[in-house]
Structures are given as C-alpha cells and as structure tokens.
Design a protein around this ligand. Sequence first.
Ligand code: SAH
Ligand code: SF4
Length: 406
Amino acid sequence: MTTDQSHDELHVQAKRRVVSLIPGSVVNLLEYDLESLTAFCELLGEKRFRAIQLFRWIHQRGCANFEDMSDLAKSLRQKLKGVAEIKPMEVVSQHISYDGTIKWLFDVGGGNVIESVFIPEDDRGTLCLSTQAGCAMGCRFCSTGHQGFSRNLTTGEIIGQLWFAEHFLRKHLQRDERVISNAVMMGMGEPLQNYAVLVPALRMMLDDHAYGLSRRRVTVSTSGLVKKMDLLGLECPVALAVSLHAPNNALRDYLVPLNIKHPLEELMPACVSYLAHAPRDFITFEYCMLDAVNDTDALAHELVQLVKHYGHSVSWCKFNLIPFNPFPASGLHRSKPERILAFAQILSASGITTTIRKTRGDDIDAACGQLAGDVVDRTRVAVRIARQRSAEPAATALATATGAKI
Ligand code: SAH
Ligand code: SF4
C-alpha cells in the first residue's frame, strides 16, 4: 500500500464490523477482534499471518509497544506508528480483599469509572467484567442499577479489563502461563444490552491466538433480554446465566423491571431454547436471596414447579443462590443463613442441582451487585428507582398476595 492510499478514507466490512483508516485518526487495536485486525492489516497491505502475529503480541504477551514486538517486520511496525496504538484504560485504583479478591477501577472518560474483580480460587482464576458504565435495568436489589446508566462500553474497554488483569497478574505473580481461566460478564451492566460490542470481545476471549478460554468458562449473565439470548446462542454460544430472582411475574416485575417487558412466559422458553447451543447441558439461574422478600418455602416450591413446567426434567438448569450483598441505599436485607439453607434444600430435594455462592471481596465492595464505580446517569434510572421505592406499600401488597413479604 502506498502512503497516498493510507491517507484515503478506506472502509472494509469485516464480518459485521467496519474497520477504517481515517486520515489523522489513530485506532486503538484493543478494539479489534482477529477478523477486524486482519481487515485493518489488509488496509495496510499486510497479510493475515501478520495480523495473527500482531494479535498474539497484544493479547497473549500483553505488549503495548510496537517497538517491542521483535519478530514483527520492521516495515509493519513502521506503518503502524501514527495510525494505530494499544491504549489501555487508566487504572484509578486497586483494592485487595483479605480473601485475595482484587478489585480494579478503570477510568473510561466522561466522569465514568467502571470496575472489574479478580477472584482467585484453588482450581481457577475468575475475572468478573463490566459491560456498561452503569445499567439501565434498575433491578431493585442492585447497586449498579441504583446508579443509573451512562453508556455502553466499547469492545476495547471490555477486553481491556481482561488484557490488563491477565498481564498485571502474570507479572505480579511472576507466572508465564495463564492466570485467568474463567471470565464472567457479571460486573456493571446488562451485557446483552450491549450485544454488538460484546460479541467481538467474547470472540477474543475464546480465540486461541488471544486468551484461548473455553466456551464453558466464559459466562454471560443476563436479566432476561430474550431476543438477544436467542442470537447469542446462534452467534457465540458461551455459558449462560439468567438472573431469575423470583418464580412468578408479580414478584419478578417488582425485583427485575425488565420482566414487565419480557415475562416468564417468554424468558423460560428462551432459556430452554438456549440449551440447543449451550456449551454445557444446563443453564444457570441466579437467585439473589432477600430476607422476607423472595426466600420463603412457598416460593421455593413455586420455583420447582416453574422449572418442571418448562423442562422435561429438572436437570436442564442449576440454581446458584446468591446471598444478597447489601449497599446503603437498598433498604433490603440478606436472608438468614438457615433460611438460605432451607430454600436450597427444597430445590435440591426436587433434584435441582443447587449451590450457594460464597461471598467474596465484600470488605472491598467487590461482591455481586456491589460494583458501582462512578457513573454519570443519563437516563434518570436513579430517579425512577427512587419513585418506585416511594410506592413500596403497593409492592408490599403485591408480594403478600404472591406469597412473599416485602
Ligand atoms: N446484568 C447482568 C449481569 C450483572 S449482575 C445480570 O443481571 O445478570 C450479576 C449478578 O449479580 C446477577 O445475577 C445479579 O442479579 C446479581 N446481583 C445484583 N445485585 C446484587 C446484590 N446486591 N447482591 C447479590 N447479588 C446481586
Ligand atoms: Fe443491571 Fe444486572 Fe444490576 Fe439488574 S442486576 S440492574 S441487570 S447489573
């Protein structure tokens, strides 16, 4: 490619993404999955194998400086200068819990700060990633939801969390091999509301030239965007977790407002359909245990009926009970340990595999639902939630009618 060409505005459709060379602009290569990077290298007159080399330097070796990419042709390094860069997000702070959990806050500009959490365990290292700055879903029990929504993250901002954490940890722990074995989209935001941007990031997580994670070890958690669940199954089937939290529409409408749009009659069949593509033969339901709200025996039995109603047996799903992690504005309380056990026993007795999630990193506000970064709310979600809370007597009546107490 000539210099003149490089100053033309060129566009290439790489699968679903547009890759371009715009005069004067510098692209952040963290934004590109391998298809897009290949298209970008083609614009520079380079072959696919060069893109693979570059991709491996960036993601497998964590290199952010073209000069250090020693086996990359000098001519390519030269071409990349001025049109491309590898620009990680700025780390605002790092907190380390007594249990080894690490939380990082990243500045994504415009007054927004997002969070990622690394959870070390004996047999795995899990990174919990954010997909949006804030969240527009407004779930009743979620700190991110209470903050409101600012914007979707970009692909580079999503993968940039893994890029930073993996290479930081390798350096810190002096390890050559992979530290992070699992990635869960359970940080700030509703991943499927940022679907088009999320999928290239997921592909990078799975790509053997990048992080090479198994599909079983990459989990998307959703509050129930059913159409996008269908698409994910077709386009990038990774493990799926669905935030259920209630066995009937009345209570779920209150806890997860998205349920009003996509009630259980839509959500449950979408879960069952996903099984045809899922990397495991089950999907996981998450159920946040809220004292005297959704934790009664009656509701546990109703949950069993719900699962039986939509599947041939109960083995198509697993339940993960999450003890509620309180935050100041919630006004809610965690179910007592003995209540959580009793609830779990009812599910288990019916044959449903049920686990109780161990709370990690709560001393640094890194536990599920406590991630709140700093977000400029552009959607008035926070105002809506405040209004919803002031209407709580109505919610109490509603929950009482459905067997729960709020
Ligand atoms: N938006 C997605 C993923 C992020 S939330 C979703 O809702 O699935 C990740 C998980 O944490 C979800 O299951 C969510 O319901 C749960 N969660 C949210 N707030 C919580 C809290 N305060 N305590 C415990 N779990 C919470
Ligand atoms: Fe958003 Fe998930 Fe929190 Fe609901 S639980 S507000 S969907 S982040």
